[in-house]
Design a protein around this ligand. Structure first.
Ligand code: AHG
Ligand code: MN
Ligand code: MN
Length: 352
C-alpha cells in the first residue's frame, strides 16, 4: 500500500522538514472528497502526543512516575502516566466531532463521546502508554492508535464500530518517546511517514517520508525468559533465528527492550522480526489486537512488511471482544514469511 496515490500533492507532502500540519494539508488536497475531518483528528492525536511527550520527559523531576495503586482490565498495575496519557488522548480527540466512540487499554468498556460534543464518522482505539512498566528506568515508551470509519450510521458509536478487522483501518500509527519523540503513521493509499519533534520549535517535522521496512532483517526480538512457556514449534522458530537454520543462513542479533513500540520501531528502521508467541500464562498471546497488533500490523504492511498470528494475517482477524489478545509475529518480509512457513509445516522440522 505504499505511496499509491502518486499525485503531485503526495510528492509535496513528502518533503523533508515539512511540519505535520503542512504535510496533512497537502495530503488532504490529494483527495478531492476529503472533508477535513480526518486531518483534524490526526492533528488532535499529534497535539496529544506532544503533551504526553512533555509529561514523560519531566516525569522524573516532578515525581510523577510510579503506580496509582489501581489495576486495569488486563490485571496490570496502572501507572500514573498511563492515566495521564489516557485522559490526554480522550480530552484532545473528543471535542472536535470526528469520533463517535473510543477504546483504550485503560478502559474496560468503550469510551463514549461526552455531551455536548458531536458524534463523527470515525472510531479510534489506542494504547495510551505502551511499555509503561519501563518508565521508571528511563526506557522509551510510546502511544499506539488506530482509526476505523464507523459502521453505524449516526449518533453515538457502538461496540461494532470498534470491533473491526485491521484490513479495514483508515489509518494507524504510534508516537515514540525515545531519545527523540517521533510520530509515525500510515494512512490508506498514502504510505508511511515519520516525523521527529523539534523541541526548539515544538513542532513535528517530516524526517522519514515513505518509510519502507528492509525486506530482510538481521534482528530478532522476543522475551526469551518465556522460553519454557512456549510450545515446541515456537521454541524451534526462535532457535532457528539464533542459529543458521533460517532463510538468512546466519544467526540473527537479539534485541529486546520490552516496550513493543520501541522494539517495533527499531526493526522497522533496521529490519528484523518481533515475536510474542502464545505462552502458558497467555495462551492467546499477550498483546492486544485492537490497539497493539492491528495498528502496528497495518503500518508494517504499508511499509512493505508482514504481520501474522502464525496462521492468520493480523489484518484478517476480526475482534470479538475489545481487549482480545493475539500471538504476534511482525516485521521484515523474509523473517515473518519464515515463521508462516514453519506454521504451515513447509519448513523441514529437523532444521528448526
Ligand atoms: P503495556 O505497557 O501497554 O501494558 O504493554 C506492555 C507490552 C509491550 O509493550 C511489551 O512488548 C510487552 O508487554 C512485554 O511483555 P513481556 O514483559 O512479557 O516481555
Ligand atoms: Mn502496550
Ligand atoms: Mn499501555
Amino acid at each position: 500500500m505504499a505511496a499509491q496515490i502518486g499525485s503531485e500533492m503526495h510528492e509535496r507532502a513528502s518533503q523533508i522538514g515539512l511540519t505535520f500540519a503542512e504535510h496533512i494539508a497537502y495530503l488532504e488536497r490529494a483527495f478531492p472528497d476529503a472533508t477535513g475531518e480526518f486531518s483534524a483528528l490526526m492533528q488532535e492525536i499529534m497535539v496529544a502526543g506532544k503533551i504526553i511527550s512533555g509529561k514523560v520527559r519531566r516525569a522524573g523531576l516532578v515525581l510523577e512516575m510510579g503506580r496509582t495503586g489501581r489495576v486495569n482490565v488486563q490485571g496490570e498495575e496502572v501507572q500514573y502516566l498511563d492515566e495521564f496519557s489516557n485522559e490526554t488522548l480522550v480530552r484532545m480527540t473528543t471535542p472536535g466531532g470526528q469520533l463517535c466512540i473510543l477504546a483504550s487499554e485503560e478502559s474496560a468498556e468503550p469510551i463514549e463521546v461526552p455531551p455536548p460534543y458531536a458524534h463523527g464518522r470515525y472510531a479510534m482505539a489506542f494504547d495510551p502508554l505502551d511499555g509503561s512498566s519501563n518508565i521508571e528506568v528511563n526506557v522509551a515508551t510510546g502511544t499506539i492508535f488506530s482509526v476505523h470509519r464507523r459502521r453505524s450510521v449516526d449518533g453515538p458509536g457502538t461496540l461494532q464500530d470498534l470491533l473491526q478487522p485491521g484490513r479495514d483501518l483508515v489509518a494507524a500509527g504510534y508516537l515514540i518517546y525515545g531519545s527523540s519523540t517521533m510520530l509515525v503513521y500510515a494512512a490508506r493509499q498514502c504510505g508511511v511517514f515519520g516525523f521527529t519533534l523539534d523541541p526548539s520549535i515544538g513542532e513535528f517535522l517530516l524526517s522519514h517520508p515513505n518509510l519502507r521496512i528492509p525486506e530482510n532483517g538481521g534482528i530478532y526480538s522476543v522475551n526469551e525468559g518465556h522460553t519454557d512457556e512456549w510450545d515446541d514449534r515456537d521454541r524451534g522458530i526462535v532457535r532457528a533465528f539464533r542459529s543458521r537454520a533460517n532463510p538468512s543462513g546466519r544467526a540473527l542479533n537479539a534485541r529486546y527492550v520490552g516496550s513493543l513500540v520501541t522494539d517495533f520501531h527499531r526493526n522497522l528502521l533496521q529490519g528484523g522480526i518481533y515475536l510474542y508467541p502464545a505462552t502458558a500464562s497467555h495462551p492467546d498471546g499477550k498483546l492486544r489486537l485492537l490497539y497493539e497488533a492491528a495498528p502496528l500490523g497495518f503500518l508494517c504492511e504499508a511499509a512493505g512488511g508482514l504481520a501474522t498470528t502464525g496462521t492468520t494475517r493480523i489484518a484478517e482477524v476480526t475482534p470479538e471482544v475489545l481487549h482480545q489478545r493475539v500471538p504476534l509475529f511482525i516485521g521484515s518480509r523474509r523473517e515473518v514469511a519464515f515463521v508462516e512457513s514453519v506454521y504451515q509445516n513447509e519448513w523441514p522440522e529437523s532444521s528448526t
